[in-house]
Design a protein around this ligand. Structure first.
Ligand code: DX5
Ligand code: ZN
Length: 217
């Protein structure tokens, strides 16, 4: 099975982002957490940052929009060069129309589910998406503890994706460490976001390698 490790630059040194990208050159994608201080109680960066990151990053960008009204803003992130644009289910007015727009612009379309968000209403929509992001913490901040109660939802989604033969990546985000990554992998995740665990390491690339090994152990 393919394992993707996507470090989140939320935990990187914001004053030296280009240099930080050089320390994670074994990553599959770079996870970019966009927060608007409305959908989540925290503020990070937006479109201009994603445009510049795309210009300097040899690694494709996995943009995670924690914002209100992704219907309005999401397509611009695809135009800015993001490989994937993931928005939160309850933030979108028309999730399917938005996913189609993102795909038409050449991006992978992703839908994100908070720990308390029921997956049932989205099961039939899975063919419209390229990835599902199961939040394993409440969105808004890095460095929180993994919530194991999210695993039954992940396993359910993995079953549906597998049984229907869909090409949909199953991504987890929040509290991923060398301990928790195995739990998420066993439940069916194939794509792993890790912020603090990667960037708090003296050599982030070593942490990426260790996560990769732990995911397939
Ligand atoms: C949280 C963000 C995560 C965050 C993960 O809202 O979506 O991507 O950066 O950070 P860690 O790995 O430290 O939990
Ligand atoms: Zn994220």
């Amino acid at each position: 099975m393919t394992t993707r490790i996507n470090p989140s630059i939320l935990a990187a040194d914001f004053a030296n982002l280009e240099r930080e990208l050089g320390r994670i050159d074994t990553a599959d994608l770079v996870h970019v957490d966009v927060m608007d201080n409305h959908f989540v109680p925290n503020l990070t960066f937006g479109l201009h940052m994603v445009r510049r990151l795309h210009e300097v990053s040899p690694i494709p960008l996995d943009v995670h929009l924690m914002i209100d009204d992704p219907d309005r803003w999401g397509p611009a992130y695809a135009e800015a060069g993001a490989q994937s644009v993931t928005f939160h289910a309850e933030a979108a007015g028309e999730p399917v129309a938005l996913a189609r727009r993102l795909r038409a612009l050449g991006a992978r379309a992703g839908i994100a589910l908070k720990p308390g968000t029921d997956d049932a209403p989205y099961i039939d929509l899975l063919p419209e998406f390229d990835q599902v992001l199961v939040m394993t913490v409440e969105p808004g901040f890095g460095g929180q503890a993994f919530i194991p109660e999210t695993m039954p939802k992940l396993a359910r989604l993995a079953d549906v994706i597998h049984e229907a033969g869909l090409d949909v990546w199953l991504e987890v985000d929040g509290g991923i460490t060398e301990e928790t990554i195995g739990i998420a992998a066993a439940a069916g995740a194939d794509t792993f976001v890790a912020g603090s665990h990667v960037f708090n390491g003296e050599v982030p690339a070593d942490r990426i390698a260790a996560l990769r090994a732990a995911a397939s152990a």
